[in-house]
Design a protein around this ligand. Structure first.
Ligand code: FPP
Length: 235
């Protein structure tokens, strides 16, 4: 698809977009609802935004669903998030595969319940032939990811590693580096997300809370991205 103003092919310019879906808790608090309700609304937004990005022709999408630090939240909230992830797989996995989407979960699955981890592995296998990639980061932390990559390289017998070696051993190895990283809820931090891959990413911040974030807001981020000159250390 082309951008209306620039007539530039969006999928050519943005091969990978990533989202830090922030503000679910604040959305719920403003309405005197439990935080878990914010995540329920956040899941609805996630579904709409992912569909919109693929319709724009963006071939790789990454979302930060649960960080290695999110285990510090209450058992109730962690349980609600895990429940939502499992329900989302149960309800939507087959449709995503039919639509040509490959699902990849970034992160260490071992602390997750066996039922959830098995469902994740199953959909990863069943969708592996598809070209468009949806990376869902669950129990993900960039420091953990880089450490994991280095340990894999050591177990393969490497005594010296290159940047290329690390890149190809990250959880994101099937996607190019993100061109654009979007964070909602007015926060301007990376929060242990894609530290290695974000070396030359463009950042876009929205004050909207994630449940209020709309496909039109993605269009604004894309338009803003299109107006930027990326130098990659050059001119
Ligand atoms: C950050 O907002 C959001 C999360 C930690 C969870 C994101 C999860 C979803 C959008 C729903 C589930 C998604 C999938 C892919 C199944 P916050 O809770 O930190 O908000 P706050 O900063 O306002 O408290």
């Amino acid at each position: 698809m082309t951008s209306p103003k620039s007539e530039v092919n969006i999928g050519e310019k943005i091969k990978h977009i990533a989202f830090i879906m922030d503000g679910n808790g604040r959305w719920a608090k403003k309405r005197l609802l439990p935080r878990s309700q914010g995540h329920v609304e956040g899941l609805k937004t996630f579904t709409k935004i992912v569909e919109h990005c693929f319709n724009l022709g963006i071939a790789n999408i990454t979302v930060y669903a649960f960080s290695t630090e999110n285990w510090n939240r209450s058992a109730e909230e962690v349980g609600a998030l895990m429940g939502l992830l499992e329900k989302n797989i149960d309800d939507n996995a087959d449709e995503l595969i039919e639509k040509g989407i490959r699902l990849i979960f970034l992160g260490d699955k071992s602390p997750l319940s066996k039922t959830l981890a098995d469902k994740m592995t199953d959909i990863e296998k069943r969708s592996a032939h598809n070209k468009a990639i949806l990376n869902v980061a669950v129990n993900y932390g960039a420091r953990d990811e880089i450490t994991h990559a280095v340990n894999e390289l050591i177990s393969e017998g490497k005594t010296q590693v290159s940047a290329e070696d690390i890149t190809t051993h990250l959880y994101t190895k099937n996607s190019p580096d993100p061109d654009l990283i979007v964070r909602t809820a007015g926060e301007k931090r990376l929060s242990n997300f894609l530290l290695w891959q974000a070396a030359y990413s463009e950042f876009y911040y929205s004050d909207k809370l994630w449940p209020d974030f709309k496909p039109e807001d993605v269009d604004k981020a894309v338009e803003d991205f299109m107006s930027r000159h990326r130098k990659f250390g050059g001119y």
